[in-house]
Design a protein around this ligand. Structure first.
Ligand code: GLY
Length: 381
């Protein structure tokens, strides 16, 4: 029989640009963005968590009601434990039961868990719905809301199942930061300090000034308008730059994973009992010590990082009770593990990252060398 070969030509130019707005009291602004001609006729579904709904749900619903736009709010229990397949399915069933179809718009209202989960629902519901992120946390500003990564966790690893799905707009509402607990602020500080370490020495200086020189507590930090606004703005600028240059994480976007290879493994090894940001802080500090061994950072630069993390109340060592074997088991499940060696991003001093052969930003390290390094960290006095 004759073989038939066809080509379905599909060369696409896609404009996925979107605004990022940092400010106070952004419910009205969210409604205005949702009134864009491409979005105005869509049915609005607000997806949020059990904490944020109490603080912000009614205000956002009222803002939509004031332009006679009907909304339904879908609420799931707050916390990383909700980032599961089961919770995604539950939300999808609720949307189906409420009659939401292809003509819908999702508003992800909340922090990193909400934007990851609601964004992933948006990515697959009716093969993809537009969504707007109204971000209420420092984690959202530092990392989760910008860049279109959406995902859920599985027991083996965080964010293992997900999609790149860019929002139509991101709004960072600074007013909500004052409602965060110290742990939630520190969760965002892990990512924030990481952004400064990879790309912005002046931002690092400003964080050092706030925590080390002025001795601000994390609660005072989010209430200081100047440093809070600077933190949101610098985080978004850095994230925007890395995403614009490498949206699908072919190479440069991997720099945003500084400290994450150890951090994520630690998070899984601890059964997600320590926040992501705190685990990233440990990962960053350990990798900075490794950077010193490799000659990528001076000991003084590593000490500055450790001092900043400690001043912000962040952990800097592998917690007692977590073994190197547990970390390695989790690390080899992680999506970044390829073959025998595992790739790590390394800081170059403060505010820059190392590049390796062929312009790659991540250096592969054999698992036996990782074990050796982690054992030495565990044995430190
Ligand atoms: N969270 C890292 C990234 O967005 O690439």
């Amino acid at each position: 029989m004759q073989t038939t070969r066809l080509t379905l030509e599909l060369i696409r130019t896609v404009d996925e640009s979107y605004p990022i707005i940092i400010g106070n009291d952004l419910a009205k602004e969210t409604v205005e963005l949702a009134s864009h001609p491409d979005l105005v006729d869509r049915r609005v579904a607000i997806i949020t968590d059990s904490n944020v709904v109490k603080l912000y749900g009614a205000q956002l619903e009222e803002a939509f009601a004031s332009v006679e736009r009907e909304t339904n709010t879908f609420v799931f229990p707050a916390g990383e434990a909700s980032k599961t397949r089961a919770m995604k399915e539950q939300l999808e069933n609720q949307l189906i039961d409420a009659g939401y179809g292809r003509d819908s718009l999702i508003i992800a209202l909340g922090g990193g868990v909400v934007t990851d989960l609601a964004g992933f629902v948006a990515a697959t519901y009716t093969r993809g719905l537009p969504y707007i992120s109204l971000s209420t946390t420092l984690v959202g500003a530092a990392d989760a809301s910008v860049g279109g990564k959406t995902a859920i966790d599985v027991p083996q690893a965080t964010n293992l199942i997900g999609a790149f799905h860019q929002p139509k707009a991101v709004l960072i509402d600074l007013d909500r930061w004052v409602t965060l607990t110290d742990d939630q602020i520190r969760d965002g500080l892990g990512e924030t300090i990481k952004q400064a370490c990879i790309a912005d020495a002046n931002f690092f200086d400003a964080l050092e000034d706030a925590f080390v020189t002025r001795g601000l507590s994390v609660a005072e930090f989010v209430r200081d308008d100047e440093i809070a606004e600077l933190t949101a703005r610098r985080n978004c600028l850095i994230k925007r730059d890395f995403v614009m240059s490498d949206v699908h994480e072919g190479n440069r976007r991997m720099c945003l994973n500084l400290g994450h290879t150890i951090g994520r493994a630690l998070e899984a090894a601890m059964g997600y009992t320590m926040t992501h940001g705190a685990c990233v802080a440990v990962g960053m500090n350990l990798q900075a010590r490794w950077s010193v061994e490799f000659g990528y950072m001076t000991p003084e630069e590593q000490e500055r990082l450790e001092r900043l993390l400690l001043a912000a109340g962040m952990p800097t060592e592998i917690p007692a009770g977590v073994s190197v074997e547990q970390i390695m088991a989790a690390m080899t499940h992680d999506k970044k593990a390829k073959g025998g060696a595992i790739r790590f991003v390394f800081q170059k001093g403060i505010g820059d990252v190392m590049t390796f052969d062929n312009g790659l930003y991540a250096r592969p390290i054999e698992q036996s060398d990782i074990v050796d390094f982690l054992r030495r960290q565990k044995e430190r006095p």
